[in-house]
Design a protein around this ligand. Sequence first.
Ligand code: UD1
Length: 423
Amino acid sequence: MDFLRIKETPKLQGSVKISGAKNSALPILTATLLSKNPLHIYNLPNVADVNTLLKLLEILGASFERVGENHIHIETLGVRETKATYDIVRKMRASILVLGPLLARFGYCEVSLPGGCAIGARPVDLHIKAMEKMGAEVRIENGYIVAKAPKGLQGAKIIFDKITVTGTENVLMAAALAKGKTTIINAAKEPEVVQLCEILLSAGVQINGIGTSELEIIGSEGELLDMQDIRVIADRIEAGTYLCAGAITNSSITLHSVIPQHLQAITDKLEEIGFGFEVGEDSLTLLPAKKLQAFEIITAEYPAFPTDMQAQFMALAMVCEGVSSIEERLFENRFMHVSELQRLGANITLRGHIANVSGGAEIKGADVMATDLRASSALVLAGLIAKGETNIHRIYHLDRGYENLESKLRGLGVSVERLREEV
Ligand code: UD1
């Protein structure tokens, strides 16, 4: 297993090119199951989660060719298999995104239940209920969701009790091939959901309400779609993470290939802390702060502050003056980074869903353990300001979602090495 060794880096400088969004790439790849023609996907991040999903699609019978590091040509017409097995789904929960498209196209599928994960129970009950509402018969058998809709899916009114990103995406894809109209109430509005809507729209599906919490989709009655080539949007969470790297070292750095509007909750918070920005059409430069003020965060659905940036801002709070408060509202157990940051010297008290961070504690390098994707990036950020060296173990979590992490960090002046654990 690999680990990362990061040396304290008082100032960063330079620029970093942001990759395509993992969370957009995943539903895009599963949406290709709805396509009658092969297509090109550009700006596809070469990260472990995307490669896991490509593997799953290949097992189902899809074929793809890697034209470049971030460009594939994919064809799914040959798909015959409809079972997403445990060995793949356990690696990546987002494999659940095959449920809607497989069921809509074949009228039958089996998808392993993802099970719990490090950040909480994360059930998929809302996905299942929505498929049932659309006429599917679903049962859980031997750890699998077994779903049948022999006569095809039927449009329905789906009211989500909670806003769910992948749940909304699954229903969108299912509805695209269903009979009649589907309405989704309380739909997710994340940019990744919007991109999926736009892709389906350009494939001829009628969708109203894109970008709002009420979506209306008119299905194709089982006919596969005429999907066009796709360019994956920029990863707002990767971008936010690099902004935090600049911020924690109070440096000026520039991000390229970003969509600044998607980052507003993050840049607003950084402005509150004391940073400035120069905003270009697809670039963003962070300007240093005179003084870093403590802040408050409550995570919520887009366009509010993303849960996927909570851990990185906790690392940033370690260098702010005063006590910052971070409340996690989406996931029940998304604070595993707290004990690792404490190992480095952070002064954090945790009460239920709220973490209070007193800035200014002395942070010293240590061996720490990555626990999930975003928690791991908080440890990388902490490593930038920790005295001496920080070794981050179990970095396969980082590889799930950060493309070329070390070379991007090195481009900003960070001394970072990937080393092999001695066994
Ligand atoms: C997606 C993102 C993830 C992000 C999360 C919240 C992808 C691949 N992943 O995850 O990075 O952290 O949105 O922005 O896009 N819930 C249920 N039942 C369900 C579904 C969800 O109770 O059937 C709950 C979840 O446990 C959670 C909340 O709803 O508390 C929101 O989860 P959801 O939006 O579904 O997260 P994901 O789509 O899994």
